[in-house]
Design a binder for this molecule. Structure first.
Ligand SMILES: NC(=O)c1ccc[n+]([C@@H]2O[C@H](COP(=O)([O-])OP(=O)(O)OC[C@H]3O[C@@H](n4cnc5c(N)ncnc54)[C@H](O)[C@@H]3O)[C@@H](O)[C@H]2O)c1
Length: 301
């Protein structure tokens, strides 16, 4: 990819601080819009080779700011990303996430030099996955967070189809569970890590039978680079390393020789299984850098 202006919303968060570093290290001009809310790492502002604006993407003035930056590429990842928070405060999460997404698409449709807009979504948009879902299957989000992400999936289709300026320029990724350094403590693998260190007792929702696929964070940026270069649609991002929470704990115990302490927990309306078909991104030429086990070793050991 030739030297470009890349705007990343939510670029101070767990996943996208790694993505921002990756593109900055490759010599691109990276701009970050982030409101420094939950999951963010303000301590990185001076270390990241990026221009960081403290800004809420859901605010009206975000549209003008994005137009002023005039990026070649936009990666829209800013979102309240916590499912439990979305269950407690659905109005807040839906309003914020939906408005932020609308603002980004509104700004993007009048950007003369835009090459691509990548919308970051999640496996949760599929709802219960009784088989590996392909990108063609219907989306059926079943909690407020997933609903806010699915809203963005629909906005992407509508804007790409309606506005000449965006035709063929929008793409979407649906990640499985990402883990690695800088992840918020409320998420499963940081919670397991804290439990291994004896600092936390892990609540097991539905007796730990919920099944998710997991991917190491350092696999994400190269996948996004490939999609920005060659992609033209929606891409599931997973290596199909799927485990129940109980199995994940057992993997962590096997690798570290330490114990995960657990207690009973509850999450209303929880989907029991997310699993996705990854043939589309593999056929684009994706070659992941880390296996699940390599990622787990680097993160936990
Ligand atoms: N972590 C995962 O396993 C996972 C899986 C699938 C998809 N995703 C998606 O990837 C993206 C990043 O996830 P993450 O785990 O790194 O999240 P995170 O919570 O660590 O980071 C989110 C970042 O977005 C910022 N932010 C939130 N709302 C904002 C707003 N209105 N305006 C500006 N900044 C805002 C926060 O300050 C934070 O820096 C999200 O869109 C999430 O839905 C994450």
């Amino acid at each position: 990819m030739q030297k470009s202006r890349i705007l990343i919303t939510g670029g101070l968060g767990f996943i996208f601080s790694h993505v921002a570093e990756y593109f900055a290290d490759k010599g691109h001009d990276v701009y970050i819009l982030d409101n420094f809310s939950a999951g963010s790492h303000p301590e990185l502002v001076n270390d990241l080779k990026a221009t960081v604006y403290k800004l809420d993407c859901a605010a009206d003035y975000a549209i003008g700011m994005i137009r002023k930056i005039a990026p070649d590429y936009i990666i829209h990842a800013a979102a309240i990303s916590d499912v439990d928070e979305s269950i407690q405060k659905p109005l807040k999460v839906l309003e914020k996430n939906n408005r932020a997404t609308l603002n980004v698409f509104e700004a993007a449709r009048s950007l003369p030099y835009l090459k691509k807009l990548l919308y970051v979504s999640t496996d949760e948009v599929y709802g219960e996955c009784e088989h590996r879902k392909t990108e063609e299957e219907i989306i059926f989000p079943k909690n407020p967070y997933a609903c806010s992400k699915a809203f963005g999936s629909l906005v992407r289709i509508a804007y790409d189809n309606t506005y000449e300026s965006l035709k063929g320029k929008t793409v979407e990724t649906r990640f499985c569970n990402v883990f690695g350094p800088r992840q918020d403590k409320r998420k499963i693998l940081p919670a397991i890590k804290a439990s291994l260190a004896g600092e936390y007792i892990l609540p097991l929702h539905n007796e730990g039978t919920g099944f998710r696929e997991y991917i190491y964070v350092k696999n994400i940026a190269p996948a996004l680079e490939l999609i920005l270069e060659k992609g033209d649609r929606v891409y599931n991002v997973t290596l199909n390393d799927g485990y129940t929470v109980r199995e994940l704990c057992a993997e962590a115990e096997k690798l570290t020789g330490k114990r995960v302490n657990t207690r009973r927990g509850n999450r209303p309306g929880m989907d029991m299984k997310y699993q996705m078909d990854n043939s589309r991104i593999l056929s684009l030429g994706w070659k992941p850098l880390y296996t699940f086990e390599e990622g787990m070793r680097e993160y936990l050991c």
